[in-house]
Write a protein that binds this ligand. Structure first.
Ligand SMILES: [Zn+2]
Ligand SMILES: [Zn+2]
Length: 547
């Protein structure tokens, strides 16, 4: 269903300096130096100039230069400016099946370009648009074939309501494509990302993996699970037959989703083992044998399937229509319609309808209030996390009577990584470092039922710590627990501490809160901090006056 429209096409070209190379924080949480504030380039970028506006059908302002985070030895990223079509040709080299026919490369080129534009906020917290790893799209050296496919489709995008659609692709769907919500809890399931059988890939590749119990336990512990692993069994499957949940005997939490298990193993032991969640599981002689098919999350385009379709003579448009039913494919932007203009958001350029911004509020927002940094395969949960964080921030700002601040939230891929980045022990769940919220892996917080509470708690720290800076630590911790523990739904009973705090011990000293020796000791100190804080609030004190 194409909506007839006649709008203004403006294409911005930024004459960026190659390899500006300011260092940004490593995604692994290693030390970093930010030699330039990424916010500054929004207003200071001199490369954008107003020249002209051309009247052509279908109006899109197309981002011509991406800032790509290039992983350096040692784990830090350096940002480099890469022209869009160069980027597309390089990613094709990293993501396509070897020796794909042109139709498959062109379909994937359009998908890669759309993905880049729809996800260009992803690394804003890091000072660039997209990284060059599997987290975003893998960048390799372009070939003549991938350059041809990028040029042949230059500027073409998959659109939904006139804006780049939020698209996904993976190596192989394993014979049936997946709904986003089956992979990432809380994700939307738009009509163009259905779950349906795919006879093109025929379930290739079939794979098996053998993991020693000790290695599996190591992977799960690195992701935040605790205890001794006694057994793993498949507890449920989703509608398309993939593993939905597994039971982990001996561990806490005692369940893990199929996707989170795959991610836990991938991050610790490598992604080559459990390639998808379409698997069977058997235990034999202290080892778990996974046998499955497919590779990757299975949402959206199946790359192996599209390569097979192209071999059968299917063209790029039909491949895209098959994997993204209902999306519109924009016409190409030929070089002669390129014109430069000053960007209205102050240098932050991307694709959006010019004359009707209300069509895509998501892509038109000038500066996001909440920046979220998510590892690997948690990306599908971004929208839900952003929404939840924004709501919690606004609620808490109202309650505290302070202006709502900009928020940066970093979910760490493993507990080790969290501990390294924050200097805090795994049982602390969250910490504020340089005014950024650092959190344990998403799966762990969610499975412990602590996601919302932890985010709220660190948000209170972000908003209240400055006003309470000179007080003992229990005032700041007490405030965080007190305000985060407020009923989320009106009328819901308040969260109570798991045990009766020992109030004779009075308020905890700084050491108990800042350098706890165990989870038990910290829980005890938290409960006392909360009680001390609440006592003064109940006596009618303003939170800023608690001391
Ligand atoms: Zn990335
Ligand atoms: Zn497939």
């Amino acid at each position: 269903m194409t909506r007839p429209r006649f709008q203004v096409l403006t294409v911005a070209i930024a004459f960026g300096v190659q390899g500006a190379g300011f260092k940004v924080r490593s995604l692994q949480g290693a030390a970093f130096s930010r030699t330039q504030n990424p916010n500054e380039r929004r207003t200071m970028n001199p490369a954008l100039r107003t020249q002209q506006v051309l009247q052509v059908p279908q109006v899109l302002q197309v981002l011509q230069v991406l800032r790509v985070g290039v992983l350096r030895p040692g784990g830090a990223y350096a940002a480099a400016n890469v022209p869009m079509e160069t980027y597309v040709a390089r990613v094709l080299a990293g993501e396509a099946v070897r020796d794909s026919r042109p139709a498959a490369l062109e379909a994937l080129a359009i998908t890669i370009r759309t993905f880049a534009l729809a996800n260009r906020e992803r690394h804003r917290a890091d000072g660039f648009d997209l990284c060059d790893q599997t987290h975003c799209q893998v960048v390799r050296t372009a070939t003549a074939a991938t350059e041809r496919a990028a040029a042949a489709t230059a500027g073409r995008l998959l659109l939904r309501d006139g804006a780049p659609a939020s698209v996904y692709y993976s190596a192989s769907c394993g014979g049936r494509t997946q709904l986003p919500s089956e992979v990432w809890p809380g994700a939307d399931d738009p009509p163009y990302l259905p779950s349906k059988d795919d006879d093109a890939c025929r379930g290739a590749p079939a794979w098996t993996a053998e993991l020693h119990e000790a290695d599996l336990q190591r992977a799960l512990r690195a992701s935040g699970f605790r205890g001794e692993l006694l057994g793993v069994t498949i507890a449920s499957r989703n509608a398309s037959g993939r593993v939905a949940r597994l039971k982990l005997d001996g561990l806490r939490p005692e369940h893990v989703s199929g996707q989170d298990l795959r991610v836990a193993v991938g991050r610790t032991l490598g992604w080559q083992h459990v390639k998808s969640t379409a698997f069977d599981l058997r235990k034999k002689n202290g080892s778990y044998r996974f046998s499955g098919h497919g590779s990757g999350h299975g949402v959206g385009m199946c790359v192996i399937g599209s390569a097979r379709l192209a071999e059968r003579g299917t063209n790029a448009e039909d491949i895209l229509a098959r994997y993204f039913p209902g999306l519109e494919i924009s016409p190409g932007a030929s070089a002669r319609v390129f014109a430069t203009r000053e960007d209205q958001t102050g240098g932050r350029i991307g694709v959006r309808p010019q004359s009707d911004r209300s069509l895509s509020p998501g892509t038109a927002s000038p500066v996001p209030d909440v920046l979220v940094s998510l590892p690997d395969d948690d990306e599908g949960e971004r929208d839900a996390i952003v929404k939840q964080t924004l709501k919690a921030r606004d609620d808490l700002a109202r309650t505290l009577g302070v202006p709502a601040p900009r928020v940066t939230v970093r979910f760490h891929p493993t507990t080790d990584d969290y501990e390294r980045a924050t200097g805090q022990a795994w049982f602390t769940s969250g910490a504020l470092v340089n005014n950024e919220l650092h959190l344990l892996p998403l799966a762990v917080l969610r499975d412990r039922g602590m996601l919302e509470r932890t985010v709220r708690r660190e948000l209170v720290h972000l908003m209240a710590d400055a006003a309470l800076g000179t007080r003992p630590a229990w005032v700041r911790e007490g405030a965080a627990i007190h305000f985060a523990g407020e009923p989320i739904i009106p009328g819901e009973p308040k969260q109570r501490p798991a045990f009766k705090p020992d109030l004779r011990g009075s308020c905890p000293d700084d050491n108990e809160l800042l350098h706890p020796v165990s989870l038990g000791a910290l829980s005890n100190a938290y409960a006392r901090a909360r009680a001390c804080f609440a006592k003064q609030i109940q006596a009618g004190k303003n939170w800023k006056d608690v001391r």
